[in-house]
Each structure stands twice: as structure tokens, then as C-alpha cells.
Design a protein around this ligand. Structure first.
Ligand SMILES: CC(C)(COP(=O)(O)OP(=O)(O)OC[C@H]1O[C@@H](n2cnc3c(N)ncnc32)[C@H](O)[C@@H]1OP(=O)(O)O)[C@@H](O)C(=O)NCCC(=O)NCCS
Length: 140
């Protein structure tokens, strides 16, 4: 592994899709991801030389609510502290962007096997259930 480089707001749709495919497969379309990148509050990416190793992004409104999305460390780079680094970058973004002296919500959804990772970083589950609808656009 070369020296890792952290980049802010440079993550592209192609890089997003590449990392998504490395862990989950079945990535969304370029058009969807490109739109999402443009409307994300903050994107962080980690490079090993010129190879993308990890990403995460923050959506939200800056005032009250932040939502962490798409935290992905490429499998061969996992277990080296990069996930912790990503969350640290997202939290530093909140510090830079929010109203000083206030408290904000920082939320995310995690599968049960990933919850311990977030718990180590200070997140905890509450009694709220996550409700969602996978909505097919134009089919209402
Ligand atoms: C979850 C993920 C982001 C963690 O990244 P990572 O770089 O491997 O994590 P780190 O090396 O920074 O680990 C930080 C700490 O969390 C722990 N940890 C990481 N993943 C864990 C897991 N699944 N269960 C329990 N502990 C975990 C590490 O042991 C480490 O603990 P330590 O500091 O006491 O040594 C990574 O495994 C990943 O990308 N997985 C696939 C995509 C995914 O599911 N993302 C989450 C979407 S909600």
C-alpha cells in the first residue's frame, strides 16, 4: 500500500460505481449516481496512489440533519483504520459546516453485522424503525 491520500468533494460517479461494485454489486446507473454526487453535501474519497480505496458521503441540510451514506472500503483495504478515517472526515465536515454551539442529528442505516463498527465510533441504535419504499419513478 502506498501513502494514502484523502480527497474532498472529488469522488466521481465512475469511482462511486467501482467501489459499490467491489462490495455489493448491482450498482445504480451512471445517470442516477452522477445526479447524486452533484447533490451530496460532502464527499470523501481515499486513494492508494491512483487507485480509489474508499469513499463515504454526507447528505443533509447543514442546520439540523446529517445522514451518512455509502461508507465503503474496498475489501482488500478493510481492517486498516480507513473506515474510522472516513467517519472522522465526515464529522470534521459537520464541525466546519454547522451552527457553532448547537447539536445536530447524525444518522445512518447499517446492517446488523456493521453496527458494531459504528458503535465503536459513538453511534447507537434507538427504538425507531427504518421504514422505506423502493419507489419506481413514474409509476404512481
Ligand atoms: C464497514 C466498513 C466501512 C469498515 O471499514 P474498515 O476500514 O474495515 O474499518 P476500520 O479498520 O476503520 O475499523 C475501525 C474499528 O471498527 C472495527 N470494525 C470494523 N468493522 C467491523 C465489524 N463489521 N464488526 C465489528 N467491528 C468492526 C475494527 O475492528 C476497528 O476496531 P479497533 O479500532 O478497536 O481496532 C468496511 O468493512 C466496508 O466497507 N464494508 C463493506 C461496505 C459496507 O457494508 N459499508 C457499511 C454500510 S452501512
Amino acid at each position: 500500500m502506498e501513502k494514502l491520500t484523502v480527497k474532498h468533494d472529488e469522488l466521481t460517479a465512475d469511482q462511486f460505481i467501482e467501489l459499490w461494485e467491489s462490495v455489493w454489486g448491482g450498482a445504480p446507473t451512471f445517470e442516477q449516481v452522477d445526479l447524486a454526487m452533484k447533490h451530496t453535501l460532502f464527499r470523501v474519497s481515499v486513494f492508494d496512489g491512483d487507485r480509489i480505496a474508499a469513499m463515504a458521503r454526507m447528505v443533509g441540510d447543514l442546520g439540523l440533519e446529517y445522514y451518512i451514506k455509502d461508507v465503503v472500503v474496498r475489501p482488500e483495504y478493510q481492517g486498516k483504520g480507513i473506515g474510522r478515517l472516513l467517519i472522522g472526515e465526515l464529522m470534521a465536515f459537520i464541525d466546519r459546516s454547522s451552527v457553532k454551539g448547537t447539536t445536530v442529528f447524525v444518522e445512518l442505516a447499517a446492517m446488523p453485522d456493521k453496527a458494531p463498527f459504528y458503535e465503536k465510533l459513538g453511534f447507537s441504535a434507538n427504538e425507531a424503525l427504518r421504514l422505506r419504499k423502493m419507489y419506481e419513478v413514474g409509476k404512481c
